[in-house]
Design a protein around this ligand. Structure first.
Ligand code: AGP
Length: 362
């Protein structure tokens, strides 16, 4: 039974472990043997007709949208905005002439996101819901639907839905970019890349002992922590911080590393944990110096680095995949750090206080 915990103490750990298979499943479902995206032509035509994409979501799904923006802009060369649904619903930004809406929602039931979709439908704009739940409200009410095929996600903290959303956004961006003649999309061997991602994820989830030790040494004693990074690493830092907050109750902040010195660095004191994501060649040196700045103020720093950018003394080394897909790997240690911090504090990992799996009130 897919929704059975089996020998796992918590669903979250099982769902983290399932991620390599979810990557393979998405590749099988949405790519031909030769890596050609198999996406409904009508959907691609509707997206091709748009002059701007609007990605809408809440929580972790919003964070997957922040990564998606980079993928759509790089691979399909289409301007893309990302919005928190509870904000968009009540203060709609100025729209372009031909908007296309993408709703990201694991459950397909988030009330704030649905409120936006209702308005989008009233205005007659085309939309796509990317969801894990077939026949969910947002899937029924959008013009198009793509399923995540991640299997039931039971733990309140979303893990495999986040990586599935990013992988599917990458497939969609590749499909759109190919149709619109973008060389970078044509050259992007997504089937091979998703294979590397699956293998890389497996290597990370096989390092549970190391991650548990880091959680104990770095995070257990502190009620505050920072994840930092630039660009796509910043997007992942927001998700990493959310994971830690919601299940371990550590007050964690995801921060653009260059922005720290403009005020927030005042919060760094002796032994404040600061974890830096370094997966993008362009900004690696900058994030390293931002980490140094926090270290000089007493922070206990930790680096999560892509192999090709690693230097002596780095803490966690991630296998190399295309930089655009590095969030699929860099988020996994953060999921496990949150898991072990929560577990070793004796908390209910799957059902953190004050939270429900899907938020059906606005
Ligand atoms: C993630 O760990 C959360 N518990 C939460 O932020 C969630 O992602 C959000 O409520 C959105 O849910 P959805 O994807 O089902 O719309």
């Amino acid at each position: 039974d897919e929704a059975d915990k089996g020998t796992y103490p918590f669903y979250m750990l099982k769902e983290v472990d399932e991620q390599p298979n979810v990557m393979r499943k998405l590749a099988q479902t949405y790519l031909s043997e030769h890596g050609v995206p198999q996406i409904d032509d009508k959907l691609i035509k509707a997206m091709e007709a748009a002059d701007r994409l609007y990605i809408v979501g809440a929580g972790t799904s919003y964070h997957a949208g922040l990564v998606g923006k980079r993928l759509f802009e790089k691979l399909a060369h289409i301007p893309t905005e990302v919005h928190v649904s509870s904000e968009f619903a009540y203060e709609q930004p100025m729209l372009s002439e031909k908007p296309f809406f993408i709703f990201l929602t694991q459950s397909g039931e988030t009330a704030d996101s649905r409120e936006v979709l209702v308005n989008v439908n009233d205005a007659g704009y085309p939309s796509l819901t990317i969801t894990n739940v077939q026949n969910s409200t947002l899937s029924r009410e959008a013009t198009y639907t793509l399923l995540l095929h991640a299997g039931p996600e039971i733990a309140v903290a979303s893990t495999k839905a986040y990586t599935a959303q990013i992988a599917l956004e990458a497939i969609l961006a590749k499909a759109l970019g190919e149709v619109t003649g973008q060389i970078v999309a044509q050259d992007f061997n997504i089937r091979q890349q998703l294979g590397l991602v699956a293998t890389g994820m497996q290597a990370i989830v096989d390092e549970k002992d190391t991650l548990e030790k880091i959680a104990n040494d770095y995070l257990m004693q502190s009620n505050r922590a920072f994840y930092i990074g630039r660009g796509i690493d910043h997007a992942v830092s927001l998700e990493a911080a959310l994971k830690l907050k919601e299940i371990s109750y550590v007050q964690a902040e995801g921060f653009a590393s260059g922005e720290l010195k403009h005020g927030t660095i005042a919060l760094i004191e002796k032994d404040t944990p600061v974890i830096g994501f370094i997966t993008q060649a362009k900004t690696a040196g900058l994030t390293r110096s931002n980490l140094q700045e926090t270290m000089a103020r007493g922070a206990k720093t930790l680096t999560i680095v892509r192999e090709g950018l690693a230097i002596d003394g780095d803490d966690l080394i991630l296998p190399d995949v295309d930089e655009m897909l590095m969030p699929l790997l860099s988020v996994v240690p953060a999921q496990l750090l949150a898991y072990y911090t929560s577990l070793n504090k004796g908390l209910d990992v799957d059902k953190p206080r004050n939270l429900a799996k899907s938020v059906t009130v606005e």
